[in-house]
Design a protein around this ligand. Structure first.
Ligand code: AHM
Ligand code: MG
Length: 339
């Protein structure tokens, strides 16, 4: 049985990690804790999602007389409210907001920016499958006042911290501030995230590959060949893998991080840059993968080296176990060379 006097909470763990960030004076610690609070609120709302069908539709009025919001709207508002008045951030970027979100008038602007996808994979809500929140934290590059695009449009190698929360059979927060990747499981009885997975290291070669194969016919020859390699068609260089894809980046990534595997969302003839967004989907996952010993590329370039030019830009993504990500890049390069 769990010894409740010996558990390590997220707050305590992040505080201990401050030794790695001596110039941060606790702000990063508090910022991560702000995100954790937002995640707990989102988790409790998600747990009630199925009940919406019983108590009314998304547009219904709840017991407090407030209009029920769709969960992705709720998640977005919750995270913005958890972050925008604390004096720790100078600007926020969200998948749900076209423009950079400024700090409201009358509140101080801080040293960090946060970019997030408040509820990734939200189409999974209707079928009771896992969804997640993904976040990326950067230190501002301007010196004072409201943050600007320049503060947010930095390559992922500049990230100070990044992570995700998975709302699955249990709720977990996984984050890195560059010194290991650590997982915390929400204990709903005490409302705290408790350290459950310290120093996650991802296997060098994975068991799984995760990709939406219905797009196969639109992929480049190189991507097609690499995925055939995962089927077992290139046995001298690649052992065949199992396929696992639920269509929720956080869930697919999380499985592969722990068990070993590679997640791909390649560009295709219709969407040359694929589907996923660089700033708040690909960069944080790339940062975590690398911190756990894995890799992330767009098929050619390291994701964390890409210099962003717009808030919602997309990039192809290949992320996960290092040998598997390298294999995809090698096959793409060989195929391009042979063309
Ligand atoms: P979203 O941000 O609109 O939820 O889209 C991102 C999601 C990822 O979680 C998932 O991996 C991908 O879209 C699935 O896309 P597809 O249905 O094309 O396979
Ligand atoms: Mg998303």
């Amino acid at each position: 049985m769990l010894n409740r006097t010996m558990v390590i909470t997220l707050e305590r763990f992040i505080l201990d990690q401050e030794a790695f960030h001596p110039d941060d004076t606790g702000e990063l610690t508090n910022l991560l804790y702000d995100i954790a609070l937002g995640a707990k609120m989102i988790a409790s709302q998600i747990r009630r999602a199925g009940l919406v069908n019983i108590i009314g539709t998304a547009a219904a009025v709840n017991v407090q007389g407030e209009e029920q919001q769709k969960l992705d709207v709720y998640a977005n508002e919750t995270l913005k409210n958890a972050l925008n008045h604390t004096g720790r951030v100078c600007a926020i970027a969200s998948e749900e907001d076209e423009e950079l979100i400024p700090i409201p008038d009358g509140y101080p602007a801080g040293r960090y920016t946060v970019a997030f996808d408040p509820l990734d994979g939200s189409s999974n809500i209707d079928v009771n499958a896992p969804v997640g929140t993904i976040f990326a934290i950067l230190r501002r590059v301007t010196t004072a006042g409201q943050g600007t695009l320049a503060d947010v449009l930095q390559p992922g190698r500049e990230l100070v911290a990044a992570g995700y929360v998975i709302y699955g059979s249990s709720v977990m927060m996984v984050y890195s501030s560059g010194h290991g990747v650590h997982g915390f499981t929400l204990d709903p009885t005490i409302g705290e995230f408790l350290l459950s997975h310290e120093n996650i290291s991802t296997p060098r070669t994975g068991k799984y590959y995760s990709v939406n194969e219905s797009n196969f016919g639109r992929w480049s020859k190189g991507v097609q060949r690499a995925v055939r390699g995962f089927h077992g068609d290139d046995p001298s260089r690649m052992k065949g893998k199992n396929s696992r894809y639920i269509g929720s980046l956080v869930a697919d990534f999380h499985r592969n991080l722990i068990a070993g595997g590679v997640y791909l969302y390649p560009g295709d003839a219709k969407n040359v840059d694929g589907k996923l967004r660089l700033l708040y989907e690909c960069n944080p996952m790339a940062f975590l993968a690398e911190a756990a010993g894995g890799k992330a590329t767009d098929g050619t370039r390291r994701i964390l080296e890409i210099s962003p030019t717009s808030l919602h830009q997309r990039t192809p993504l290949v992320v996960g176990s290092a040998d598997d990500v390298d294999y995809v890049a090698r096959v793409i390069a060989e195929t391009a060379g042979a063309a």
